[in-house]
Structure formats: C-alpha cells, structure tokens
Design a protein around this ligand. Structure first.
Ligand SMILES: C[S@@+](CC[C@H](N)C(=O)[O-])C[C@H]1O[C@@H](n2cnc3c(N)ncnc32)[C@H](O)[C@@H]1O
Length: 232
C-alpha cells in the first residue's frame, strides 16, 4: 500500500473516529485502496457516466458524447475554459478531441482541484499537456486571468451558489462574440436520479441576464440540454 494512502487512512481515523468510518475500513481494505488508485482513470470515467460500469466498460451512449463534443466545435488555437470541471475528466476528453486548443480547467472544490492537477502532472509524462492550465476559483470568481473564446459549464450551473456574480465574471472572461455553453439535465421526473438541485429550463433561462448574454440555440441530446449563448 502506498505511503500516502496509509497516511490518509490514519488521518481519517484520527479525525473521524466514528463507528461509520471504522465500519468503512472493515469493509474497504488496503488492497481496495490500491486497486482504486491503480484504476482511478477508469473509475473517473465511470463516475462521470462516460463508461459503462460493467465489464468490458465500453463507452456509454457514444453517439451522444460525440455529438456533445462536436457541438462545442473546438477549433485549433482557440482558448476554452471549463468552469466546475469536477474530476477534470470531461476537460481531458475535450482536450484529446482537439489537443490544439488552449484549455483552462476551473474548480472551487480544493480536493477536486488538487486531484486533476495531480492527474495532469502524471499524464504530462506521456502526453504534451502544455496547453492546459488550471484555476482554483471561488463561488464568485473564476480567476481565469486571460480572455477566452468559449466557456463550458457542464452539469455545474445548478450548483453555482452566486450565479449572477459568476455570470458577470464569465462575461468579463469572454472575448467579444465569445460563446457560453451551459449543459444541464433539466429538472424532470426522468432526471430525478441525477441531482436534487437540478433546475427547470425556465429557471435556467431566467437566471441569465439578457444584458450579458443572448440565447442563440437550445440543443437537446436525449436527456441532456445544451444552451448556447453569445456574449453581448
Ligand atoms: C457535477 S460536477 C460537474 C463535473 C464536470 N463538469 C462533468 O461534466 O463531469 C459540478 C462541479 O461544479 C463545481 N462548482 C460548483 N460551484 C462552482 C463555482 N462557482 N465555480 C466553479 N466550480 C463550481 C463543484 O465543486 C463540482 O465539482
């Protein structure tokens, strides 16, 4: 077992010496930690719904994923940012779909942020990831320090606690005619399992100030909806 995993376990037990954590370690062995660590790329892709959770872990709904990537139309040398990138897996997929983009990966959760930074560092021994930078944001600030052509908020907008402040920041971050994509599962009986905080289409559209962004198109990809806005 890796030294850092051992330390994590000791730390967790010291911090939360509760029955639940003890039970967790009775079920979840050190070998399980090893396994998780070794196959974390695979788990990440399963967690974000890209791969099927059962062997042979083939792509889930490949057609929809490809259509989504195609819709963002990532072209050579443009600057693209994903806000609220979670484990960073979708950002990586975008990057590998066109390694000539300049990608900024943003998160406000420190664990997620550290996680994908570490992941990018490890991958950089195999791939040229020089065009990827990461920013640690806040609930009000993206901390993107340069202008970008496209901003993608994927399954994250409904989690923003300060939507208006974030939209003002995003407006400043975008170049003239910059594009904002918001991809969401809409609140509906079909999407109940996705997240309890999901918003309806009306709720999303009414939270986007019309003096900042103009809705250009609404794209439906099965249960996903992508709103495409142009910066005003
Ligand atoms: C469901 S995850 C989405 C992950 C990823 N975009 C994907 O498609 O798999 C939502 C993420 O949004 C992040 N988040 C919430 N509010 C945010 C904000 N104001 N700025 C940046 N990230 C935010 C959360 O920390 C969380 O990791």
């Amino acid at each position: 077992m890796e030294e850092s995993l051992k330390k994590n376990k000791q730390l967790l037990l010291r911090k939360h010496n509760t029955t639940n954590i003890k039970k967790f370690f009775q079920i979840f062995s050190e070998e399980d930690f090893d396994l998780l660590n070794k196959y974390s790329d695979l788990f990440d892709l399963i967690i974000i719904g890209i791969l099927n959770p059962n062997f042979p872990f083939n792509l889930r709904n490949e057609e929809i994923l490809l259509k989504e990537l195609e819709y963002y139309n990532l072209t050579n040398f443009e600057a693209v940012a994903e806000i609220g990138a979670g484990n960073g897996c979708f950002s990586l997929l975008m990057f590998f779909s066109n390694p000539n983009i300049n990608l900024i990966v943003n998160e406000i959760n420190i664990s997620m942020y550290k996680y994908f930074k570490k992941r990018f560092k490890l991958l950089s021994s195999q791939f040229n990831l020089n065009n990827i930078t990461s920013t640690f944001g806040t609930s009000k600030k993206t901390r993107i320090r340069k202008k970008v052509d496209k901003i993608i908020i994927r399954k994250s907008f409904h989690h923003f606690s300060k939507k208006l402040k974030m939209l003002n920041e995003i407006h400043k971050d975008l170049n003239t005619n910059g594009i904002l994509f918001i991809q969401e599962y809409l609140k509906s009986p079909d999407n109940l399992n996705e997240c309890s905080m999901l918003m309806s289409e009306e709720e999303i559209l009414s939270s986007i100030p019309s003096h900042l962004f103009e809705l250009k198109e609404t794209k439906r990809l099965e249960s996903k909806t992508i709103f495409k806005f142009i910066k005003i």
